[in-house]
Write a protein that binds this ligand. Structure first.
Ligand code: PMP
Length: 413
């Protein structure tokens, strides 16, 4: 027998080492940083106290006293786990209360929660689409939307990012051609992120909705980064643009501004009923523990009762976002608290992030495959919990490292 075959038999997973080596060679290998404190604007990361610009904790709710208390009360009353999937014995009154509160908040007939935003997308898309349908998806949609489409039997077309004219063309073509058998599609589903997580730009939702209505398509928006950030009291992108009743499906996460864990689908009662019968993550994976559901419910109340948190988030966003280009950085097309500092090469982005860490600032690089190979960046997210002083110290560090690496010329005034 050939030596290579013997070698393969001795270590059938040997290719893993090679793949890792390849990642390291291309500066694409990302070691995990370990946080040993609570999440927050200042956190202990790899044993060092740093200002964090890397969480999605937009409103600082991960450590809000009301959420902590709600979680503790739920553990005392209901225990640590739910013990089953929703359809068997895992539907607790807390899950139903959370869904009713979310539906009121979003202004939809019904809401169904999932274990994560990721499973909400992979749960809803394959359930409502099949061979007779067509999914029309923005080119920069989140990985969980892409995986949801992969799990669907429906064909899909991708339109260039945020390009409403191109979207309209794709829809017009789909309507005139029909499906593979020439019959009209049962459903044309347009899917977009509400806020794009790597660039921080807002989807052109009014144009998307108009194009969809012209061709009888339904719109689904993933508001993971818009909930708690856009719209009245953080109701999301549909509320932000005044499009209530014109977007059939809103997906959200309970893991970012809500500060806990989970995802949801907001829409019609019929959609909720069908997801309960058919959606695979809902049917085959255990429901959220009581503490998670209770803390999420409290968060939705905090959104409505403490609007000053969102005001602070946006004041901080403006302060930080306006200053970075003044220092000479390219922050791309961002319009939200997500502000990328565009770098280009992965190696330089990694070095930039490491040097920032040395200055006491935790801002993670984002490299391929999350973004294109030549579009590596440092992604920053400010939160309501950052103080002016923390933001000023962060900007000073960006300025210093930017000059050290020759990325910006001037110095901070
Ligand atoms: N959709 C988008 C647009 C996201 O950015 C994310 C999180 N990165 C998700 C879905 C997944 O949400 P979760 O973390 O709750 O699974």
């Amino acid at each position: 027998m050939a030596t290579t075959t013997q070698h393969t038999h001795a270590n059938p997973l040997g290719f893993i080492e090679e793949e890792l080596e390849g990642l390291r060679r291309q500066n694409l290998y990302r070691p995990l940083r370990i946080m040993s404190s609570a999440q927050g604007p200042v956190a202990t990361v790899d044993g060092r106290e740093v200002i964090s610009l890397s969480s999605n904790d937009y409103l600082g709710l991960t450590h809000h006293p009301r959420l902590r208390q709600a979680a503790l009360d739920a553990v005392r009353q209901f225990g640590a786990g739910s013990g089953a999937v929703r359809t068997i014995a895992g539907t607790m009154s807390l899950h139903e209360e959370l869904e009713a509160e979310l539906a009121r908040f979003k202004g939809t007939e019904a809401v169904l929660t999932f274990q994560s935003g990721f499973t909400a997308n992979t749960g809803v898309i394959p359930t409502i689409t099949g061979e007779a349908d067509l999914i029309v998806s923005d080119g920069l949609n989140h990985a969980s939307i892409i995986d949801g489409m992969r799990l669907s039997k429906a064909p899909r077309v991708i339109y260039p990012h945020a390009d409403v004219t191109a979207l309209r063309d794709r829809l017009a073509e789909a309507r005139s051609k029909g499906g593979p058998d020439g019959k009209p599609h049962r459903l044309l589903l347009v899917v977009t992120d509400g806020v794009f997580s790597m660039d921080g730009d807002i989807a052109p939702l009014p144009g998307i909705v108009e194009a969809a209505e012209e061709f009888g398509a339904a719109v689904m928006v993933d508001d993971a980064h818009a909930s708690g950030v856009l719209g009245r009291n953080g109701r999301g992108s549909v509320d932000h643009f005044g499009l209530h009743g014109r977007v059939a499906i809103q997906v959200g996460t309970l893991s970012k501004a809500v500060g806990v864990l989970g995802g949801y689908v907001a829409g019609s009662q019929a959609l909720r009923d069908l997801l309960i019968q058919r959606s695979r993550p809902f049917l085959f994976s255990t429901s959220a523990p009581p503490a998670v559901a209770a803390a999420c419910l409290e968060a939705i109340r905090v959104f409505q009762e403490e609007p000053e948190l969102i005001d602070r988030l946006w004041a901080n966003t403006r302060r930080f976002k306006d200053e970075l280009p003044r220092l000479g950085f390219n922050t791309g097309v961002s319009e939200t608290p997500i502000t990328p500092v565009m770098i280009g090469e992965s190696a330089v982005a990694q070095e930039f992030s490491n040097r920032l860490f040395g200055e006491g600032i935790f801002a993670q690089p984002v490299v391929f495959p999350t973004v294109a190979l030549d579009k590596a960046r440092i992604r920053t997210i400010v939160t309501a919990a950052h103080t002016d002083d923390m933001l000023d110290r962060s900007l000073e560090a960006f300025s210093k490292v930017g000059r050290e690496l020759g990325l910006i010329a001037g110095s901070r005034p």
